[in-house]
Write a protein that binds this ligand. Structure first.
Ligand SMILES: [Zn+2]
Length: 189
């Protein structure tokens, strides 16, 4: 859902997309968003530049301003090359698809080497699985389960996740964010 600007949008629905000083989002997953209060505060503290605004205004007796919809940090924050290991990011790596049967419903996680057998919870040992496949495999070792993975789990790069993220955009996307999130979207077939 892409929200266009209107005066009636409640303030809580006006977060600012935060860009690094190089005008790329500070983070994609989760998307770097600040609530309007933090965005306005950082503008007054001169820590960010306003790149784009909502039509929604905030007023006080002494000033009036449009809420920022996109802001960019004035000083560059060095980015981590490694995406964080989160439930969402594992689903995103696996495109929200059971890696055994391809189902997209009732998703959970499967440890290739079960936790009860000393398996760790990390990128290489955890895959997205539907509940049915998860139960079917149970605590068996992957090698002896007779089940076949579409793809062995791996540690993704930020680019891998961003690539997959195009297919699973967040629920709320303001039109002014598009240039910064999906600037090359028209190049894709
Ligand atoms: Zn499945």
């Amino acid at each position: 859902m892409i929200i266009s600007s209107t005066e009636r949008v409640p303030l809580e629905k006006c977060p600012a997309l935060v860009l690094n000083a190089d005008f790329r989002p500070l983070s994609y997953y989760p998307l770097s968003l600040w609530c309007w209060q933090d965005a306005v505060k950082s503008v007054f503290l001169n820590r960010v530049s306003i790149v784009s605004n909502y039509e929604r205004k905030v007023r006080s007796p002494s000033y009036e301003m449009n809420l920022p919809s996109v802001i960019a940090l004035k000083s560059y924050i060095k980015q981590s090359e490694q995406p964080s290991f989160t439930r969402f990011n594992v689903f995103l790596r696996d495109k929200f698809t059971c890696q055994y049967c391809g189902d997209k419903k009732d998703l959970t996680f499967d440890h290739l080497l079960a936790k009860s057998k000393g398996g760790v919870t990390d990128w290489e040992n955890v895959v997205t699985a539907c509940s049915t496949c998860n139960v079917k495999k149970g605590g068996r070792l992957y090698a002896y389960s007779g089940m076949k993975l579409f793809r062995k789990p791996f540690r993704p790069t930020v680019d891998d996740l961003h690539q997959n993220g195009r297919n699973f955009p967040p629920n709320f996307l303001h039109e002014s964010w598009m240039d910064y999130l999906y600037w090359d979207v028209e190049l894709l077939p």
